[in-house]
Design a protein around this ligand. Structure first.
Ligand code: SF4
Length: 378
């Protein structure tokens, strides 16, 4: 008997390619780390995205192709790994996008791809998809992945079409990167394009409104949290990145015996590590902490048991107590258990001349009361 395999149709391909885009988290404006992996229940390729104003929108998020000539050790799509391989044509994807967009199911597109042939051939297909959308008068959100090693011409074309772009840095140093890839050059294929995009987005330029993000893979290259935080700090300060994402390496997804894995670490521990890095990212971007203030253990890692803000408070008893009725916002924000919402409420109450007598006056959140109690006075 001869088995004839039917070629997958567009929906089947989209199902595979969208599933394979799950490892890329660098497209969301979400504020909580668990929001990055959520997908809408009825449609695997539609991802909810939390907007800066708190609303939610939906993106069609997919790869254009999961075929790849590279062999990154941590990646389930690396050449030679067992995977259902398929590709969508730019026209096919644009058609599908418009059917969802027309039905009001999605408002934008996140597009990435495995590397077919070489970086620029891949960028050409990514850019071609975006071009079809723009030529059809789509003015909404398009996030394009920049493939490591892409030429400056291809990057420039992406910025002319996209609302946001991302090129994943993956590791904090070239030394770490050697555990992940032997075919890509960290300096030439990653850092230089990241810097080039940043230069194109300089204030006053035609591309200054384009957002730039990146992502670290956590736990696959012997990197420490301290190295990741130091590198993130530079990316924010020197290259003006808008967001940095962290993706815990999922054990078993990469080559067996991944050389960069620290053993033995469970997937849960890696997810907690990812969560801690998001907490630090928040401290730096929103709470005024500097990279050198972040508390690491002697091995250069964050505590998995205690959140970094509380750990910092424990190490700095001289900073406390913070007076809830008198101290400035930047001091209030350093109190464990007090977030931006509670601090905003404190400032409002003060403006209205209300004297705060206990943490109960700030609301019912149990964690606020139990965490903050030791660090405040009234
Ligand atoms: S370039 Fe590397 S990370 Fe990207 S799809 Fe190919 S093997 Fe995976």
């Amino acid at each position: 008997m001869v088995l004839i395999r039917k070629a997958p149709d567009t929906a089947e391909k989209l199902s595979i390619l969208s599933r394979d885009s799950q490892y890329d988290l660098a497209c969301s404006c979400a504020t909580r780390d668990d929001e990055h992996r959520r997908r809408s229940p009825e449609n695997k390729w539609i991802y909810p995205v939390v907007l800066p104003n708190g609303g939610t929108t939906y993106l069609l998020k997919t790869l254009l192709s999961n075929e790849c000539v590279n062999n990154c050790t941590y990646c389930p799509l690396r050449a030679g790994a067992p995977a259902d391989r398929c590709s969508l044509s730019p026209e096919e994807l644009a058609r599908t996008f418009f059917s969802y967009y027309g039905a009001g199911r999605v408002s934008g597109l996140f597009l990435s791809s495995g590397v077919n042939k070489d970086p620029d051939a891949t960028m050409e297909r990514i850019n071609q998809t975006a071009l079809i959308l723009r030529r059809s008068r789509f003015k909404g959100y398009i996030h394009l992945k920049i493939i490591p090693g892409a030429s400056q011409g291809a990057i420039r074309q992406s910025l002319a079409l996209a609302s946001a772009v991302s090129l994943n840095i993956e590791t904090p140093t070239a030394e770490n990167f050697k555990y992940l890839s032997t075919s890509k050059d960290y300096q030439r294929d990653i850092l230089q394009p990241l810097e080039f995009i940043s230069r194109l987005r300089a204030r006053g330029s035609a591309y200054s409104r384009i957002k730039q993000t990146t992502q670290f893979v956590v736990g696959a290259s012997r990197e420490t949290d301290k190295e990741i935080v130091g590198s993130s700090w530079k990316l924010y300060k020197e290259l003006g990145l808008n967001r940095i994402y962290f993706s815990a390496y999922q054990r078993g997804a990469g080559s067996p015996g991944l050389p960069g894995e620290r053993s033995p670490v469970s997937n849960n521990a890696l997810l907690t590590r990812e969560h801690r890095l998001y907490q630090v990212d928040w401290l730096i971007r929103k709470y005024g902490f500097k990279a050198e203030e972040i508390p690491f253990d002697p091995s250069g890692n964050l505590s998995l048991e205690t959140d970094p803000k509380e750990m910092w408070a424990r190490r700095h008893p001289e900073f406390f107590p913070v007076n809830i009725n008198k101290d400035e916002e930047s001091r209030l924000l350093r109190v464990p258990g007090l977030g931006q919402v509670q601090v905003g409420r404190i400032l409002c109450m003060r403006k209205e001349g209300i004297k705060i007598r206990s943490l109960d006056d700030l609301g019912r959140r149990h964690t606020t009361r139990s965490k903050a109690r030791m660090y405040v006075s009234f």
